[in-house]
Every structure is written in C-alpha cells, then in structure tokens.
Design a protein around this ligand. Structure first.
Ligand SMILES: [Zn+2]
Length: 135
C-alpha cells in the first residue's frame, strides 16, 4: 500500500486539514512554507488524467478553499499550486497529489523553468499531435 493510501485509511498519522467524500488534504511533513498542504484523491490514482470528473472538481475546490484559509488564517500573500506527475517530473509518492504552497514572500520558494522561444513550425506540429491525443 502506498503511504498516501495509508494516510487515507488512517493507518499513517496525518495533520488533516480537509476531508470530503472523495478528497483528503493534510499538511506536508516537509513543508516548503508554513501551511504547505497536499490534496489527494481518496482513491489511489497516479496521474491527473485518471481522476473522475467528480474527483477532479472536489480536488480543485478543496485546493481553492485551502488557499483562501491560508490567506485568512495564516496571512499568506499568494499561493502556488503544483502537481509533479511521473518520476522524471519529481513525483516521489506515486499517488496523485496537488501541492498547495502558501507564499509569504517572494524569496521563500524558487521554481525555475528554463524556457526558450520555440519555432513556429514546431509549435504547430506539437499542437497537432496533442490534439490527436485528445480525440
Ligand atoms: Zn495510494
């Protein structure tokens, strides 16, 4: 059993923040900032695309509500929401989790993205391939 399924089942201790029909949220034990939460579906899925519409809706609603609570209760000035999907993207626990990271100052967390302008033809070909995958 994965550690987040253990948390959902109540076999692993947690600092619960939210529990709904399909989604659970708890504090990350290695927080990037104070109030850093993980929002997870109660059903074990690894990737965002595996969620049902109902699970996806509750996941986002919970994340949005937690962000509001970070603002009103902890004084957060902003929030980062992020999902690492797949080992190559930094997913450590193979159970989908959305990070909700309240931000108090710009320099606390550094997310670096190396981005360069792509060629027009490459953008067109890539968009076409992705559209095929969505049909
Ligand atoms: Zn799991």
């Amino acid at each position: 059993m994965c550690v987040f399924c253990g948390i959902v089942a109540g076999e692993v201790p947690k600092h619960e923040v939210y529990s709904g029909e399909r989604v659970l949220a708890f504090l990350d034990i290695n927080p990037a900032t104070r109030g850093h939460c993980l929002v997870v579906p109660k059903r074990h899925v690894e990737r965002l695309g595996e969620l049902s519409r109902e699970e996806a809706a509750e996941l986002l609603e919970a994340a949005g509500a937690i962000a509001e609570a970070c603002r009103s209760q902890l004084g957060a000035k902003g929030v980062n929401f992020w999902i690492n999907q797949g080992r190559v993207a930094g997913q450590v626990v193979p159970h989908l989790h959305l990070h909700v990271v309240p931000r108090y100052a710009e320099e606390e967390v550094k997310v670096e993205v190396r981005a360069e302008r792509a060629a027009q033809q490459e953008l067109e070909e890539t968009a076409e391939r992705l559209r095929k995958g969505l049909r």
